[in-house]
Every structure is written in structure tokens, then in C-alpha cells.
Design a protein around this ligand. Structure first.
Ligand SMILES: C[S@@+](CC[C@H](N)C(=O)[O-])C[C@H]1O[C@@H](n2cnc3c(N)ncnc32)[C@H](O)[C@@H]1O
Length: 275
């Protein structure tokens, strides 16, 4: 990796691992939020032949799904600031026309084409210090009449029923780390306001709350805590023995604690149209 790329990754202050290390957790998160994502994109009239940009595309889980829909007559560009994420994305098999990928930071998208029919950001804005500026940058990529789509999880609404100590601790730690890194765990319901500020019109909002049902999905909290563990320790949010105990507590959801109902954070979905 070049020193420029390394600097770009350090600047992003992203709380998660990137590349192969993050691919499994990101794939699971993508599956958890897939029904809400496909509903959002269908409401935005995603169709064959469209030009679509997926900003903060990560390992390309949604990017590939979009490429299958727009088909060979369309064009899909996955954009991420992390070279490691894009390497994993590019290595994934695709059913039809593969998406293109490009490394860029959402804070400056001026070098990208500015004629997209649809621009998507999924699970990106909550990681940013200035989500309003990011929304303006993404809106600038649209042709007149193009649609900006956002899906953001509302971190405080990840919940367990009956309330489970390990799960509550996991959500609290994740919220705190996001805040320390300049992110916005509570951002999701404010996105329509950001769309209005960016002069988008015909704004729509929907909310869905996915459940973690399969053992694979119920492994997500433990995977997240294992991945963010070094950052929790470095920030002094937890000590090593408590972290190990927390991971063990969270692993029990996938193994033998199916009686606890686990809810993912509310998925706020917004669309806005460029005048
Ligand atoms: C939680 S992942 C979501 C990935 C993908 N959208 C999905 O839903 O599967 C957030 C992604 O945003 C990227 N990211 C974080 N800050 C960014 C920035 N300033 N510019 C571009 N991408 C950024 C990260 O590298 C990561 O791949």
C-alpha cells in the first residue's frame, strides 16, 4: 500500500477493521440490513440501464447486488476511502457485469462523474465527523432528477429482550467508541434534515427493525466486539479480562441463548431528489 493510501485510511478514523479482517462481519451486517436496502432501492426505482454510485461501498456487498439489477446496459461505481476494502470487493465473484471500483474520500468527490441516476450510502454517514458535507458531496454527483438514497442504522436501538447485560454493554461500548472517533451513533433519524439542507426535494423516510434470528446473524455482536476490542482497550473503555468475558457472553447468543430476542438498530432509509 502506498504512503498516500495509508494516510487516507488513518484520516478516516473508521472504527472497524478493513479488508479481509472485516469481510465476514460486514457480509453479515449486509445480510441483516439487506431487506431494508432492497426495499429502499426499489422505492427509488432502481432499474436496468441506470448509472449508480455506491459511496462507502466497503467490500461491495450492495454494489454487486445493484450491478445485477442495472445489468450490462447500466454502470455501477463502488467508492470507498479504503484500498483494503476495495481489494476484497474486486476479488468477489459477480453474477453479471462487474461493478467498477474507485478509491475516494466522501469529503471530496469532485474527481468522480457527476451524472448519476442514483447515489447510495449505506452505513456510512454515522462514521463521519461532518455528515452534512458528505450529503452535499454525494448530492453533487446526481444529474437533475437523480435520487440520493441513504440507509443508516440507529445505534441506540440495538436491543435485547429480555435485556441482556453483555448485549447492553456491547451497544454502549460501540456507541462510545464511535463518538470518540468523531462519528454519530444517533444520526440516523436526522438524515432527512441533511437532505433538505442539501436542497434535495421529494424527501421520503422509512424505518425497519431487523431481528437477528439465524446463528450466523446472532454472531454479529461477538464479531463486532472482537473486531473493535483493540480500539476499546486503547481508548481505556474496558480492560482485557472484562473484554474476554464480554466476548464469551456475546458468543452465547449464537451457541445456546436463543431465548434472548436480538434486534438490530432501526434502519432509517431516506431518499431525496435533485431538482
Ligand atoms: C460500515 S461500512 C459499510 C460498507 C457498505 N456500504 C455496506 O453497507 O456493506 C462503512 C464503509 O465506509 C468507508 N468509509 C469510512 N469513511 C469514509 C470516507 N470518509 N470516505 C469514503 N468511505 C469511507 C469505510 O472504509 C467502510 O468501508
Amino acid at each position: 500500500m502506498t504512503s498516500d493510501r495509508r494516510r487516507a485510511e488513518a484520516r478516516s478514523q473508521y472504527v472497524h477493521a478493513v479488508g479481509e479482517e472485516a469481510a465476514e462481519r460486514l457480509a453479515i451486517a449486509g445480510e441483516i440490513y439487506l431487506p431494508a436496502t432492497t426495499g429502499l432501492l426499489r422505492r427509488a426505482a432502481l432499474a436496468p440501464g441506470m448509472r449508480v454510485a455506491d459511496i462507502g461501498c466497503g467490500t461491495g456487498n450492495v454494489t454487486r447486488w445493484i450491478a445485477d439489477i442495472v445489468g450490462p446496459s447500466g454502470f455501477v461505481l463502488g467508492v470507498d476511502c479504503s484500498a483494503a476494502q476495495l481489494l476484497v470487493a474486486q476479488a468477489q465473484p459477480t453474477a453479471s457485469t462487474p461493478p467498477r471500483y474507485r478509491q475516494a474520500d466522501v469529503r471530496d468527490l469532485s474527481a468522480l462523474p457527476h451524472d448519476f441516476d442514483l447515489v447510495l450510502a449505506r452505513c456510512l454517514l454515522l462514521h463521519l465527523e461532518d455528515p452534512a458535507a458528505a450529503v452535499r458531496q454525494m448530492a453533487s454527483l446526481l444529474r437533475p432528477g437523480g435520487v440520493l438514497c441513504s440507509l443508516e442504522p440507529h445505534v441506540p436501538t440495538w436491543s435485547s429482550h429480555p435485556a441482556h447485560g453483555a448485549f447492553t454493554r456491547h451497544v454502549d461500548l460501540y456507541r462510545e467508541l464511535l463518538r470518540l472517533r468523531g462519528g454519530q451513533p444517533d444520526l440516523a433519524p436526522t438524515v432527512p434534515g441533511l437532505f433538505r439542507e442539501a436542497a434535495l426535494t421529494q424527501i421520503t423516510i422509512n424505518v425497519a427493525q431487523p431481528l437477528l434470528v439465524s446463528a450466523r446473524h446472532r454472531a454479529h455482536p461477538a464479531l463486532t466486539t472482537r473486531e473493535c476490542g483493540p480500539s476499546y482497550l486503547a481508548a481505556g473503555l474496558i480492560d482485557e479480562p472484562s473484554l474476554a468475558e464480554l466476548v464469551r457472553g456475546l458468543e452465547s447468543f449464537a451457541d445456546d441463548d436463543a431465548d434472548t430476542t436480538l434486534c438490530a438498530g432501526l434502519a432509517f432509509q431516506a431518499t431525496g431528489t435533485k431538482a
